[in-house]
Design a protein around this ligand. Structure first.
Ligand SMILES: [Zn+2]
Length: 306
């Protein structure tokens, strides 16, 4: 998927029943970074909606594919971080029939997002303000995700939900067994601008993350959909690749912490061992700024990993 700096939403056809919508966030460097998956059976389900700033673009993308907001039956949240779920309270006001499927740990935070908004600002600084704050979600619109639950969208389209802690304790993935498409949210890293990067923010838990990767590998997916950004073939190879990368980066970060190194110094140490990060030098200033911020965040997670 190529970087496109135009400011109109884009639609990618993944399969006859799945589209990937880029709301084209109006933030320099973030235009092609956050996407929403749309499953269409008799019922329709979105996977992630992006932050509040993405909702106008998401609504436009839906109108481009001929889907009205009231046709959305489910909004499945891979997790409640702001770049995936910040706009959900805003979205449910437009999508009158949508129910929000979220990990049980996320429910109270969606109803009262005060703490989520505070932690988003602490983690992301100015970027959180650009994303916009969370609107609350009414409790009666929320359904809780359970391990292995199935959502039947009709016309043979069945989505399976699996809990995948690691990136966050409240993370889940969506698997369509018939097509072999697995939507990994942030459980399998980020693949943008032609390179794979970790998503291991503070509160990252190594054992949980690896167990979640093993769970995804055991599903034998064919295609892997990243929230950031797009759906690709060779799912199993991709899951193994992120597994190795997490081990490598974690090892470097943990030994560097013992030597008193800073997160910035650890990024240099990782770059010396992982040449895929040379791609960073090819990015434009805004995209580099985004990637460096998130890289720093991931390294901080590895430094404090349990
Ligand atoms: Zn994310």
């Amino acid at each position: 998927m190529l970087e496109d700096k135009s400011h109109s939403p884009k639609v990618y056809e993944i399969s006859p029943t799945l589209k990937f919508l880029s709301s084209c966030l109006p933030i320099p460097g973030y235009e092609d970074f956050i996407g929403t998956y749309l499953f269409c059976g008799e019922k329709k389900a979105l996977v992630d909606v992006g932050p509040k700033a993405a909702i106008p673009g998401l609504l436009l993308a839906l109108s481009q594919v001929g889907v009205s907001p009231d046709e959305i039956d489910y909004i499945i949240l891979s997790h409640i971080h702001i770049d995936h779920a910040g706009g959900v309270g805003t979205a449910v006001r437009e999508m009158n029939n949508a129910r929000v499927l979220v990990h049980s740990r996320g429910r109270a935070h969606l109803i009262d997002p005060t703490a989520l908004w505070k932690s988003s600002q602490e983690t992301l600084g100015k970027a959180a303000l650009k994303y916009g704050s969370y609107d609350p979600v009414p409790g009666d619109r929320i359904i809780l995700a359970e391990e292995g639950m199935k959502l039947d969208l009709g016309q043979g389209l069945i989505l399976e939900i699996y809990l995948t802690p690691g990136h966050a304790a409240h993370h889940l993935i969506v698997f369509n067994r018939a097509s072999g498409i697995l939507l990994a949210g942030d459980s399998a890293g980020v693949y943008t601008n032609g390179f794979l990067r970790l998503t291991t923010p503070p509160q990252f838990r190594l054992d949980d993350y690896m167990a979640s990767l093993d769970k995804m590998i055991a599903l034998r997916p064919v295609k892997l959909g990243y929230a950031h950004f797009g759906c690709y073939d060779n799912a199993i190879e991709r899951l193994h690749a992120i597994r190795e990368k997490v081990f490598l980066w974690h090892k470097i970060a943990q030994s560097a912490v013992r030597e008193g190194k800073t997160a910035e110094e650890i990024i240099q140490l990782i770059r010396a061992k992982d040449k895929t990060l040379d791609r960073l030098d090819t990015l434009d200033k805004d995209t580099y700024g985004r990637e460096y911020l998130l890289l720093l965040n991931s390294v901080q997670g590895l430094m404090t990993a349990k």
